[in-house]
Design a protein around this ligand. Structure first.
Ligand SMILES: Cc1cc2nc3c(=O)[nH]c(=O)nc-3n(C[C@H](O)[C@H](O)[C@H](O)COP(=O)(O)OP(=O)(O)OC[C@H]3O[C@@H](n4cnc5c(N)ncnc54)[C@H](O)[C@@H]3O)c2cc1C
Length: 375
């Protein structure tokens, strides 16, 4: 299907496709075993300047389209979805700085975030909630011009390797976003998390113990934190859906390959069994619909349209599609699909993650329904 991508977008797609094949694919087994993305790979990912694709040249970006970012993420996720999260959180921080930071903070951090010399973390979730700002327990109290932060953040990607973390805490005026330098006293890296999937991703607790933050390090205004969160998550949700599409495409391709190679009494199962064909066709229809939906929302973002409701619908649809396609890919493989020797086993585990992160898909339904009912 022709989506009318520009030459530049197609060239980015091809560059990342080749990069992922050459630089990421050979390392997947090692990453899964060592549970760590190699520093050298992280550097190479940053050198590709994926984060900077849709950002202005003034800040070191490429002034490209948002679609080009989606194509890059999709190609990377086609090979290995966990690489997405590493760059996505820095991208989220950069998007937050671009739209809400003072000129001083932009000068100090934005170029570095985009270039990859500064690593970011984006910390909203806490032990008691990842969905409800009213339940936040990280508190920020004024001390002269500074703020003192106390409390715990949980499940935070890059928390142990970030240079700066955007921390959402409560002040008297409500949820507020603080830029915390992780080398400063009071920022403590806590327990590391081990999930069902994404073992290469750095994720865990941040403990804030009297962490002192300069007044100038407020992102946006005091009390504006929840709006900042919603705006940045809307951007990040669409980006993460490109991950769903990449993963689903990979699962479909593995299933097609297996259906052509695995024989039953001398005949490939894809040619012999209508149920296998039914599975493959159902998977392909979900992949095609997910791609078309993704690019249509991306095109709206490039036009500057508000996609609050649609980004939620996209997350619901592509999240379920990726999980179902990965599940069907396992089914096509039979018991081999459950074996760690076959990639579809990992894809099946990975496919669940995006239905929970960046706001669970139940919460996306709440957001989408609100937008629909208000229109
Ligand atoms: C790999 C990974 C990376 C992550 N990275 C980050 C990160 O970098 N930064 C960060 O801040 N967080 C991060 N998270 C946390 C993630 O975003 C949260 O876990 C997620 O938003 C859900 O929050 P929760 O786990 O607290 O669930 P809860 O909010 O406790 O929800 C529990 C259940 O209640 C339901 N529920 C809650 N509220 C409502 C409602 N209003 N209406 C209907 N149903 C509701 C939920 O759908 C869910 O089923 C990460 C998580 C993972 C797994």
């Amino acid at each position: 299907m022709d989506y009318n991508f520009t030459q530049e977008e197609l060239s980015i797609q091809e560059t990342v496709r080749q990069f992922a094949k050459k630089e990421i694919a050979p390392l997947i087994d090692q990453i899964e075993k060592e549970k760590k993305l190699p520093e050298d790979l992280l550097k190479k990912i940053m050198e590709l300047n994926i984060i900077g694709l849709p950002f202005p040249e003034k800040w070191g970006g490429s002034a490209g389209s948002f679609i080009s970012l989606l194509l890059a993420i999709e190609e990377m996720s086609y090979v290995y979805l966990p690489c997405l999260f590493y760059s996505l959180v820095s991208s989220m921080a950069a998007y937050g700085f671009l739209n809400f930071a003072s000129d001083h903070l932009k000068e100090k951090y934005l170029k570095g975030l985009i270039a990859g010399s500064i690593r970011g973390a984006w910390a909203f979730t806490e032990p008691d909630t990842g969905s409800d700002p009213k339940q936040l327990k990280v508190k920020a109290v004024k001390d002269g011009d500074d703020w003192i932060l106390n409390g715990t953040k949980r499940f935070i990607t890059n928390s142990g390797i970030a240079d700066i973390a955007v921390i959402f805490g409560l002040t008297e005026k409500g949820v507020t976003a603080f830029v915390v330098e992780t080398q400063e006293p009071g920022y403590i890296v806590g327990k590391r998390e081990e999930f069902l999937a994404f073992s290469g991703s750095d994720n865990g607790d941040i403990i804030l113990e009297d962490a002192r933050v300069k007044g100038e390090n407020l992102l946006g205004e005091e009390g504006q934190g929840f709006n900042i969160l919603l705006s940045v998550e809307s951007f990040a949700k669409v980006a993460s859906c490109a991950g769903n599409v990449g993963l689903a495409r990979a699962a479909l391709d593995f299933a097609l390959q297996y259906a052509k190679e695995k024989t039953h009494r001398g005949v490939p199962i894809g040619l012999k069994f209508q149920m296998t064909q039914w599975n493959l066709a159902t998977m392909a229809s979900k992949v095609a619909a997910s791609r078309a939906f993704l690019y249509s929302v991306g095109a709206k973002m490039d036009k500057g349209e508000d996609v609050t409701g649609e980004s939620s619908l996209l997350k619901i649809f592509t999240g379920a599609a990726a999980r179902e396609v990965a599940s069907d890919a396992v089914q096509v493989h039979g018991a081999y699909g459950l074996s760690k020797e076959y990639a579809v086993e990992r894809l099946y585990r990975e496919s669940k993650v995006n239905e929970v992160v960046l706001g669970t898909n139940e919460l996306q339904r709440v957001i989408a329904a609100n937008v629909l009912l208000r229109s």
